[in-house]
Design a protein around this ligand. Structure first.
Ligand code: ADP
Ligand code: TMP
Ligand code: ASP
Length: 235
């Protein structure tokens, strides 16, 4: 399938329409942004690494009967996906207290939560992705109670699957963000699942293996993304 017109250019990806209205091509860019686009950077091969990690994890989730928009990896930085009606909510799942959560609730940085936390944020950079709850989602017409129930169920299942996936690679899934879209009457995972959208730490050393290296100028972002991909595909 070939790229036609550019439908949308975001911070990390471009979205192209194809000759089939049901499919889109996502092009992973080499740009990195943080703090709602206010901090910017790039490195060669970054798009390819995020595409490779996302491809692997989407296929892995599909094996566990979690529906995703993934159809096919087309090239190093292109993925063919099903076109969805996106729900403008970022769903964050947390296993370990860090960053904004640790600060807001005065929790010990790096402490394991007794139970995973699911948070919802309205996807809107201009407003700084404000935190919302299910009731905001219903009231603003973004999702019905049934859809939010499905979303929370899928998010918990993805967390359980990926937590043990990373555990087997001596990595900790600290937290992650996923997006959802509607397709017929089902809800599928969209966007990407990559070191740009997850926090992953080495279990023994607590080394950060994700975009926090860029956010907080920790260095070696390119080497760490590459190492993460190798560890993901190793087992
Ligand atoms: P952002 O919009 O946050 O800057 P990206 O640069 O990653 O993010 O752009 C990708 C955009 O494509 C996002 O807005 C995302 O919601 C949207 N998107 C992801 N998957 C799909 C899909 N399957 N169908 C339609 N839109 C999608
Ligand atoms: P936070 O601690 O900054 O709230 O982030 C929680 C998780 O969500 C972390 O893994 C990074 C990810 N995330 C995104 O992917 N996009 C975003 O816009 C934000 C704010 C967080
Ligand atoms: N997704 C946001 C950005 O790219 C925020 C973040 O990931 O820190 O700007």
């Amino acid at each position: 399938m070939d790229r036609k017109d550019l439908l949308y250019e975001g911070k990390a990806k471009q979205i192209y329409i194809t000759e089939d209205v049901n499919y889109l091509i996502m092009v992973f860019k080499d740009e990195l942004t943080a703090f709602h686009g206010t901090k910017r950077g790039r490195f060669d091969g970054k798009g390819a690494l995020c595409n490779a990690v996302s491809t692997y994890l989407f296929q892995y989730l599909e094996n566990y009967h979690v529906g995703t928009h993934f159809v096919k990896k087309l090239s190093d930085n292109e993925m063919l996906v099903r076109r969805l009606e996106m729900i403008p909510i970022e769903v964050v799942v947390r296993n370990i207290a860090t960053a904004s959560l640790a600060k807001t609730y005065d929790l010990e940085e790096g402490s394991t939560l007794k139970y995973p936390i699911i948070e919802y944020r309205l996807k809107n950079d201009r407003l700084g992705d404000p935190m919302i709850n299910e009731h905001h989602a219903y009231a603003m017409g973004h999702a019905t109670p049934e859809e939010m129930k499905m979303i929370s169920r899928i998010a918990s299942k993805v967390n359980a699957i990926l937590k043990s996936f990373f555990d087997r690679r001596s990595l900790m899934l600290v937290d992650f963000k996923i997006e959802f879209g509607k397709y017929d009457r089902s809800i599928l995972i969209a966007d990407e699942v990559s070191p740009d959208t997850c926090r992953i730490w080495d279990r023994k050393t607590n080394k950060k293996m994700d975009k926090d290296r860029f956010r907080y100028d920790m260095g070696r972002v390119d080497k760490v993304y590459q190492e993460l991909l190798e560890r993901i595909i190793s087992a």
